[in-house]
Design a protein around this ligand. Sequence first.
Ligand SMILES: O=c1ccn([C@@H]2O[C@H](COP(=O)(O)OP(=O)(O)O[C@H]3O[C@H](CO)[C@@H](O)[C@H](O)[C@H]3O)[C@@H](O)[C@H]2O)c(=O)[nH]1
Length: 204
Amino acid sequence: MYKLSNVIVKPLQNFKYVKPVVMEYVLNGKRKTWNMLAVHKAVCILLYNSTREVMIFVKQFRPAVYINKIPEGDRVGVIDTEKYPINLGITIELCAGIVDKNVSLQQLAVEEIEEECNYKVSPNKLEKIITYRSEVTKLGSVQHLFYCEVTDEMKLNSAPQEEDLEVVEMSLSEVKEFISQRDCCTTPILLFSVIWFFNNKYKK
Ligand SMILES: O=c1ccn([C@@H]2O[C@H](COP(=O)(O)OP(=O)(O)O[C@H]3O[C@H](CO)[C@@H](O)[C@H](O)[C@H]3O)[C@@H](O)[C@H]2O)c(=O)[nH]1
């Protein structure tokens, strides 16, 4: 499904998705500067299908993960995709999306669940777990984590709207195995939410 080619890495000139800024300030009498990226807020959803007792995640190619697997000397210009194949940048993540509309967080989460994972849920099915800050050194962005239980009856028959990601279902034993890996290509919030699930929702 994933095919990677024509990869070129160069300094960013037009800032569309991130805004690099520098903050100058005085802290405890000392002048300081801090480089950072201003980014969107986001919602993330841990999806659990209770009909088949599986968790639903999304698998996708993340350029930033890919580039960080390449030694610094090889990270500029044309990247050799034979030497550095696409699987270096494939992650498993929670269903998620940026906050780019003036609607409730629950409504945004519902839309992401439908677009990415093909389930129709109503906003009152969303259970808020926590609001946290991601990557506090360079981003500090506000992210909201929700839990949502779905059933097979809520699954839509239409084709998924997101072409560049793949829905992945894992049984609970597969999830335990996944998060027990010594090198796990995922996000801290997926790891946290899974532990939260086993502590709060599935005490078998
Ligand atoms: O340089 C970029 C950056 C983003 N996008 C597009 O912009 C949209 C939003 O991208 P992104 O910020 O990666 O959103 P998500 O995939 O929804 O990622 C969410 O979920 C992640 C955790 O899984 C969090 O780390 C992110 O902060 C959060 O926005 C997507 O359509 C991307 O394809 C680009 O095309 N080019």
